[in-house]
Design a binder for this molecule. Structure first.
Ligand SMILES: Cc1cc2nc3c(=O)[nH]c(=O)nc-3n(C[C@H](O)[C@H](O)[C@H](O)COP(=O)(O)OP(=O)(O)OC[C@H]3O[C@@H](n4cnc5c(N)ncnc54)[C@H](O)[C@@H]3O)c2cc1C
Length: 416
């Protein structure tokens, strides 16, 4: 049994803590605010195992350039913040090269396979099976041209074992009621899963961990350094904690601590927005709708309907611009006329995103007792149990289920 400290009480930190506990370790969590204080609170709830296509792609770059012309559109770069973000944007563009894209696709697919295999055992251990549903997802395209272009991506996904059914033209209208005729066609992925509510899912995992004796310290970790009897985590207001291993899972805030350990990682806070409407806004919604060309998603939650997405490249501490969530809601009403959207709760969340849109999992350069688990971008909820498995293997010093060299922090020293 090892004493392990996990920094960060988001979905990644909680999943890592759960897996380590299940292997008999003595685990504590350090969380600076509250459980699920970050993006893990209000994301789109998708266990998107079919989303193996890396975000860094030529198609995404072309799409993003088109989106930039709309000030409240789905992609925005805040010009005043370019001194903080320009380097990341350049690396993102370089990671869209075909060789990097193909490599990332392979790695994402492996992570998704591990994620799928590890989700059910985790749900069973923690008693949370009822919080995950197979809803299916419908990906919608406005024009025949967009639809045909998307099919190429779906064929790539098929090679990774993902099932899908095409619904062009009238077939879509027959398959799914309530969609505007402005939409030309769609693709249905039947095995797409979702949690009933991402915040409640995190609280459920945390309640289980607490009941099993995992202690949570609510304070900010401000430094990590080696000591004679283990690795020390210095906290802002409470005594320093010591552990055999420390897992850094602080989402977009991980960069400062990893930097102090010798790893300069190009990690940005990629901000997303949404509005959560009451269930009555669309009670019949039973699957997730992806409006890729408009950069947003409509997700059914246990007690609501969530409309959002977007990507805002800005300083992590910039004030939210809720015009973005309003713009997506207006567009959603246009494309799904039955959506009643009078009252709703607006939210902004910060995705921890690397330029190649792969997470950072592996030992730190400065102290091998510190293991990184952050940078999951758009897919943290989906890849949480896979990350937990890989981290547990590193903690226990056993061979990793997959080659993690493409995930280690050190990859940024030599590539793009
Ligand atoms: C609009 C939107 C929609 C999304 N939809 C999906 C989706 O459908 N499916 C999916 O898989 N992913 C989705 N994501 C992405 C997903 O939400 C993130 O990848 C995931 O939540 C990241 O989890 P995390 O635990 O790494 O980070 P976070 O949730 O940010 O958690 C990090 C935690 O660490 C704490 N912390 C930070 N610094 C310190 C410190 N120094 N000391 C102590 N604690 C600290 C923070 O307070 C926070 O609670 C979406 C994101 C957004 C914004």
């Amino acid at each position: 049994m090892k004493r392990i400290i996990v920094i960060g009480g988001g979905i990644i930190g909680l999943s890592v803590a759960e897996k380590l506990l299940s292997e008999g370790h003595d685990v504590s969590i350090i969380e600076q605010k509250r459980i699920a204080a970050g993006a893990s609170y209000g994301n789109a709830a998708g266990l998107a195992f079919s989303e193996v296509m890396p975000m860094a792609s030529m198609d995404m770059i072309k799409q993003s350039i088109r989106w930039l012309s709309d000030p409240t559109g789905p992609f925005a770069v805040i010009p005043q913040d370019l001194p903080h973000t320009a380097g990341w944007l350049l690396r993102f563009a370089l990671a869209a090269r075909k060789s990097v894209f193909d490599h990332s696709l392979k790695v994402q697919s492996q992570l998704m396979q591990i994620g799928k295999a590890t989700l059910d055992p985790m749900l069973k251990r923690s008693g949370l099976c009822s919080m995950v549903k197979t809803t299916g997802a419908l990906y919608l395209y406005d024009t025949p041209c967009q639809y045909d272009a998307a099919l190429a991506g779906w064929r790539l996904r098929e090679q990774q074992g993902i099932e899908w059914t095409p619904y062009p033209g009238q077939d879509l209208m027959n398959f799914q009621a309530g969609i505007s005729k402005k939409i030309y066609g769609g693709v249905f992925a039947p095995h797409y899963q979702a949690v009933t509510d991402p915040n409640e899912f995190c609280q459920g995992i945390h309640a289980y961990l607490t009941q099993r004796g995992v202690h949570t310290i609510y304070d900010k970790a401000i430094a990590i350094h080696p000591g004679d009897d283990g690795t020390k985590v210095v906290l802002k207001n409470t005594p320093t904690q010591t552990a055999h291993k420390v897992v850094l899972a602080a989402g977009p805030w991980s960069g400062q601590l990893s930097g102090s350990l010798g790893d300069k990682i190009p990690l940005i806070g990629e901000r997303g927005y949404n509005t959560t409407l009451p269930k009555a806004a669309m009670p019949e919604l039973d699957k997730t709708f992806f409006f890729g060309p408009h950069g947003f998603v409509i997700s059914p939650l246990e007690n609501g309907v969530r409309v959002g997405g977007a990507s805002e490249i800005a300083r992590i501490d910039r004030e939210p611009n809720y015009q973005r969530s309003r713009a997506m809601l207006l567009k959603a009403r246009e494309l799904v006329p039955g959506l009643q959207s009078t009252e709703g709760e607006q939210w902004m969340g910060i995705r921890p995103t690397t330029p190649d849109t792969l997470p950072v999992i592996g030992a730190s350069s400065g102290n091998p007792q510190v293991i990184y688990a952050f940078g999951h971008g758009h897919l943290g909820l989906t890849q949480a149990t896979a990350t937990a498995k890989l981290v547990q293997e590193l903690v226990d010093g056993v061979a990793n289920t997959m080659d993690i060299s493409a995930l280690q922090a050190q990859r940024f020293r030599y590539s793009y």
